[in-house]
Design a protein around this ligand. Structure first.
Ligand SMILES: NC(=O)C1=CN([C@@H]2O[C@H](COP(=O)(O)OP(=O)(O)OC[C@H]3O[C@@H](n4cnc5c(N)ncnc54)[C@H](O)[C@@H]3O)[C@@H](O)[C@H]2O)C=CC1
Ligand SMILES: O=C(O)[C@@H]1CCC=N1
Length: 272
């Protein structure tokens, strides 16, 4: 069985651990390295897995090293890995979940030829509905991509792209859940302002979003056609859409995703 070390047990590290365990991954094949003691204790309790404070301790004996720390902490992890007494006989693979950080940053610090796969995950992996996008580094072979695909497919969909597209992917699916939650929040508040209880507004918004996402996924129709089907001539939806267009909702999304893409590229060059 593949042994996985997750370095950084924060929000995305925990989402991965939780998703993998729910998908049937064995607790004995999973170890987390987490530098916050409180966080380490909480993870060990919640998931009954081994959690250690030392990166090297987690990395030794693991087949796959998943880096899930903030971009600014990646260099410190790489220094720990470079100084660790890793098992030279074992073929290891490094998988980076960090936004912005290119595979070359890892390749330049690890031993020659070390395979690296860059991943942009998203938090719905916590409930097995993640969208993970993977890109091969210079030394990653088809078999390495396949292994990463196999691991991540237990927590959602997996798409392969060239690394040059990962910043754009980060803007769409990595940050995407936040846009979605922001819209949900705004719709709930708007429902409350129209006199609905928060409980009723929340229930309606959650089901409307779940149902609409299911239609988009399963109906075979595109988003524009599905929206048109709800928009009766002279009706309520047309009145609402007119307001959304007046305040520039499309332009807002173009600008927002461009800002996220640019920020991802910036994280790659500065790390902060
Ligand atoms: N939160 C999200 O939706 C997404 C996050 N990401 C990426 O995942 C990475 C982690 O993000 P979050 O989980 O949100 O951050 P976070 O701050 O919640 O988690 C990072 C964790 O790493 C730990 N850590 C830092 N340095 C460490 C070290 N040297 N050894 C062991 N543990 C260490 C911290 O104590 C913290 O618990 C980032 O690089 C981010 O760009 C990618 C996609 C989505
Ligand atoms: O906001 C961030 O930087 C991370 C990367 C994608 C989602 N969250």
């Amino acid at each position: 069985m593949t042994r996985i070390a997750v370095i950084g047990g924060g929000r995305i590290g925990e989402a991965l651990v939780s998703g993998l365990l729910q998908g049937g991954f064995a607790t004995k094949d999973l170890v987390v390295s987490e530098k916050s003691e409180a966080r380490a204790e909480a993870l060990a309790q919640e998931y009954s897995i081994r959690v250690t404070g030392a990166v090297a301790d987690a990395a030794e004996g693991a087949d796959v090293l998943v880096v899930a720390v903030k971009p600014g902490d990646v260099d410190a992890v790489l220094t720990d890995l470079a100084n660790a007494d890793l098992d030279g006989d074992r073929e290891q693979l490094l998988v980076s979940l960090a936004a912005g950080i290119p595979t070359t940053r890892y390749e330049n610090k690890l031993s020659a030829g070390f395979p690296v796969v860059r991943v942009m995950p998203n938090t719905p992996m916590l409930v097995g509905e993640g969208a993970s996008v993977i890109a091969a580094g210079r030394h990653a072979k088809a078999g390495h991509l396949e292994l990463v695909r196999e691991i991540l497919s237990s927590v959602g969909t997996v798409t392969v792209v060239p690394e040059s597209q990962i910043d754009a992917v980060t803007a769409v699916s990595g940050s995407g859940p936040a846009y979605f939650f922001l819209i949900a929040e705004a719709m709930i508040d708007a429902g409350v302002s129209l006199g609905l209880s928060r409980a009723v507004a929340t229930e309606l918004v959650v089901q409307t979003m779940t149902g609409s996402a299911a239609m988009l996924d399963r109906s075979g129709e595109n988003a524009a056609d599905l929206r048109v089907a709800v928009t009766s001539p002279g009706g309520t939806t047309a009145a609402a859409v007119r307001e959304l267009e007046r305040v520039g909702i499309r332009h807002a999304f173009y600008e927002a995703l461009t800002a996220a893409r640019n920020r991802s590229a910036e994280l790659g060059s500065t790390g902060e």
